[in-house]
Ligand binder design. Structure first.
Ligand code: BYC
Length: 475
């Protein structure tokens, strides 16, 4: 295909039209991206008009522009946060030197790896959520799902731009491979564990956007400190979009908890499942599962990769500039919880090696805010039960807790006890079947909501909750 002006076709603030080679390389990648989107993006909804927010520029006016769009026409663009004077490196061995506009040869492989891992998560999540539109609880929620999906697509563009612009031929090959791996595929899986799990229903979707998108928040925040300035500026802009994804998760779970609490208040003693809502033990098991899978995404507690990435300036800490230490960390220690002889002990560990754990701690603090909110909803409805986070060592596949079994309360279990009891704490086949039975069809009537979720407090972009956020061409 010739004649497409990608500087217009791909909205960007990176002067794409000044760099013909890069423009041509992205020109070759774009049709493959659209093929992938049609094959793996939201099923059966490509021809509908969706009330989407599109980023058409990075300033406050342009980054949240609303209108009806068919998803394949969404203007996936390349946006970097504008330069804020001359940035200097905030941590590690190069602290105080100017940030890099190009990739230093010695850090090329490590940086490419980080960008590929980040990029791989974005299409993976779209693949995981592909069929959810068919069982949406309302038009409002359907729009939220599709908004999240197109933005994950844009985040893939953000990483692909970096690969094409700064990593030459191997960057282009990696960009192609980002469209070839598939979530859950035995032969070509996505790179990180959580992105090969299924998102089979809307409860899992809200859990995913609450917990797993929040890993995105913390990883992007750490990368937005990077000495490699184009990566830092890409991630800063991505963080704006990521916050909406977490909002979808947090409010989605809040609305489910609210609906359940209303039913428990109005029908004391009745079985919530008989009343068509998600019972609290099932909600708790979903929390347990998604929390543990997401904790794994932070990597091993003690990691030389993370130490090297920090020392060389590739990946910082959450809010690096708000931390009052030397930002080099060669002398300091950080407490890391670890299992030892049937007990859990705190071990002071060289801080550089413990950076994954530190980021995980920041995440845990943030996640607790939602738990407190959901418990407040329960209390307000007079429900005398609480949701909670399981122990950080519960059901882990990565890191120091991988080889032990703990209850959500943190008690050690033998292999045999774990086999016998883990269904008490993780979604069982019966739970999945029940949740599935609630979500067998799409609820798309104007202002209609499925039985298991309360309507949101407000609509999107000052529209009413009942607004037709999705207009079906066959309606
Ligand atoms: N599954 O020393 P370690 C998002 C690998 S989410 C499978 O601990 P490191 C989003 C690891 O890759 C944010 N493998 O590693 C959310 C390493 O392999 P190599 C995504 C795992 O590097 C929702 C080996 O084990 N962004 O944006 O310290 C929707 C040794 O481990 C896992 C990033 O993650 C796992 N869970 O830490 C859409 C940022 N954990 O390299 C989007 C970029 C570890 O030896 N990534 N391994 O072959 C990183 O910074 C790091 O790669 C990690 C791992 C934090 C993931």
């Amino acid at each position: 295909m010739t004649g497409i002006n990608y500087s217009e076709r791909i909205p960007n603030n990176v002067n794409l039209s000044d760099n013909r080679r890069l423009q041509r390389a992205l020109e070759r990648w774009q049709p493959a991206y659209l093929d992938w989107w049609r094959e793996m993006g939201p099923a059966g909804l490509q021809g509908e008009d969706i009330y989407l927010r599109t980023a058409i520029s990075v300033d406050t006016k342009g980054w949240a522009h609303y209108g009806f769009t068919k998803m394949p026409d969404y203007r996936w663009g390349i946006f970097l946060q504008p330069r804020d004077g001359e940035r200097t490196i905030g941590f590690g061995e190069h602290k105080g030197k100017p940030a890099w506009a190009e990739v230093p040869g010695e850090h090329r492989a490590a940086l490419r790896r980080i960008i590929v891992v980040q990029g791989d998560t974005e299409p993976a999540s779209v693949e995981q959520q592909r069929y959810l539109g068919q069982t949406c609880p309302s038009l409002y929620d359907l729009r939220s799902l599709l908004q999240v999906n197109v933005e994950e697509g844009r985040h893939l563009w953000a990483m692909v731009y970096l690969l094409h612009a700064y990593f030459g031929r191997d960057g282009r090959e990696e960009a192609d491979m980002l469209l070839e791996r598939r979530s859950g595929d035995e032969d070509r899986p996505r790179i990180l564990g959580a992105f090969n799990e299924e998102t089979p229903n809307w409860l899992a979707f809200f859990m995913f956007t609450y917990f797993t998108d929040r890993d995105g928040k913390f990883q992007l925040a750490a990368l937005s400190e990077s000495a490699f300035d184009p990566l830092a500026r890409s991630c800063r802009f991505m963080l704006k979009e990521e916050s909406y994804h977490m909002y979808v998760g947090e409010t989605g779970i809040t609305r489910i908890v609210q609906r359940t609490a209303e039913v428990m208040r109005d029908h004391p003693g009745a079985d919530p499942r008989a009343m068509g809502v998600v019972d609290l033990p099932t909600l708790q098991r979903y929390i347990n599962f998604h929390y543990a899978v997401t904790l794994d995404l932070f990597g091993a507690e003690i990691s030389t990769n993370s130490a090297n990435n920090y020392a060389s300036g590739l990946k910082g800490r959450y809010h690096e500039d708000r931390i009052g230490d030397d930002h080099v960390l060669s002398e300091s220690t950080y407490p890391v919880l670890q299992p030892r002889d049937g007990r859990i002990v705190s071990v002071d560990t060289p801080a550089l090696s413990a950076l994954n754990e530190r980021l995980r701690d920041d995440f845990i603090e943030d996640v607790n805010i939602g738990i407190r909110k959901w418990n407040r909803v329960l209390r307000e409805h007079g429900v005398d039960l609480e949701l909670s986070l399981p122990h950080r060592g519960f059901n882990r596949q990565i890191g120091l807790f991988r080889d032990v079994h703990l209850t959500p309360g943190g008690a050690f279990l033998s292999d045999e006890e774990w086999q016998r009891r883990h269904h008490e704490w993780l979604p069982s086949v019966d739970d999945q079947a029940y949740v599935h039975s609630l979500m067998t069809k799409a609820t798309i009537g104007p202002g209609e909501f499925a039985s298991w979720i309360a309507p949101p407090k407000r609509g999107i972009d000052k529209q009413a909750v009942e607004f037709d956020y999705v207009r079906f061409s066959r309606a």
